[in-house]
Write a protein that binds this ligand. Structure first.
Ligand code: K1U
Ligand code: ZN
Length: 177
């Protein structure tokens, strides 16, 4: 397993539309393992393959809250989820706002409104087809990550003024680093 570099705005790779995966094999599982390690290291609660420069429709996620004082690598507190070729087959009319962040737009947080519940279809780490309805942070996070697969960032849901300011802040921070 390896920690990969996470691409940040305004890298044009982040605007690419990712390709459908043909087969869930050991090579794809190695990418998912790297993505999970990269996400835990960041730290974050989700990551799309394009954020590490791989234009394939793969997402990893872990929404598990860590018990107070537990080290991030503590056994038993992880609940990794893997999504290959995820599709949203139903969206609720009810909407909800959430203060989102993104590892590709570091240090920027702003509210995005999305459907409160979605029904998902995807393949998991073993290639098994899953269909489930999700809500709460799970629904928000999967919609954020699926936007990445289509080259869309959460700042694309904001005004042009806020988006331009966010990109300028990230560029300035990168120059200073
Ligand atoms: O870059 C990403 O796509 C990951 C992003 C996922 C996300 C966060 C909030 C709403 C929607 C999607 C992040 O993980 S940003 C970092 C973050 O939220 C976090 C980091 C450490 C602990 C808890 C949360
Ligand atoms: Zn993101």
């Amino acid at each position: 397993m390896a920690i990969r570099e996470i691409l940040t705005v305004p890298n044009p790779v982040l605007k690419q539309v990712s390709k459908t995966v043909d087969v869930v094999d050991d090579q794809l599982r190695a990418l998912m393992d790297d993505m999970l390690e990269t996400m835990y290291d960041a730290p974050g609660i989700g990551l799309a393959a394009i954020q590490v420069g791989e234009p394939v429709r793969v997402i990893v996620m872990d929404l598990q809250e860590k018990p107070e004082g537990a080290p991030p690598e503590a056994e038993g507190v992880r609940n990794p989820r893997f999504f290959v070729n995820p599709e949203i087959v139903w969206r609720s009319e009810e909407l909800v706002g959430y203060e989102e962040g993104c590892l590709s737009v570091p240090e920027i947080y702003d509210e995005v409104t999305r459907p409160a519940k979605v029904r998902l279809k995807y393949r998991d780490y073993n290639g098994t087809e899953i269909e489930e309805e999700v809500d709460g942070l799970y629904a928000t996070c999967i919609q954020h990550e699926m936007d990445h697969l289509n080259g869309v960032l959460f700042i694309d849901h904001l005004s042009k003024l806020k988006r331009d300011r966010a990109v300028s802040k990230v560029k300035k921070a990168a120059r200073a680093a």
